[in-house]
Design a protein around this ligand. Sequence first.
Ligand code: GRF
Length: 212
Amino acid sequence: MKSLVILISGRGSNMQALLEASLPATSITVISNNPAAEGLTLAQAHGIATHVVDHRVYASRESFDAALAEVIDACQPDLVALAGFMRILCDQFVYHYQGKLINIHPSLLPAFPGLNTHVRALQEGIRIHGCTVHFVTPELDHGPVIIQAAVPVLSRDTPETLAARVLAQEHRIYPQAVRWFLQERLTLVDGHVEIMGVNREQHVLYSPDLES
Ligand code: GRF
């Protein structure tokens, strides 16, 4: 059985989705850079061990990342899942966890890396938006895609309504990606993720509908 570490900074709804997914992990630890993260209380309510590594205590990004890695490594994780972890990680950290560090991002990458993805999606007038789980590489919000979910952008959408529609899908795809990883079904072939035993032939999603 496997050891999973989840890194959070705030609300922790993706973390909660992972905790409630009955994942094949014997050990789950939640670590936050923010002592006030609501997700910490949620994790504790699930009986999960939590740690805080407060980035404000460290003089540099490198010293914070090193302290964080020390706490993570003590858990001997098979997988480190970023779940709303709002810190840019230095290259050394990313390479240390290469192949076992994944992230969820609220857009269909490579569109809209970075912050405020829903506002930017509405500004661009795109019809289909979504979320992505990917392996982390040193480039921000970039790396081999494991799974994506698409949602329509509606004419009456605000950033909040669009965010809520995307978030509901985040809560579906993140547990699925973590499960596949822990089941050792993910392999990287030529920089792309292959998933053992998964049928990728599915229907096309149009928005708006071609018939209307
Ligand atoms: C999510 O939208 C996630 O995709 C992004 O930050 C948000 C975190 O939300 N990286 P939560 O803390 O999981 O509720």
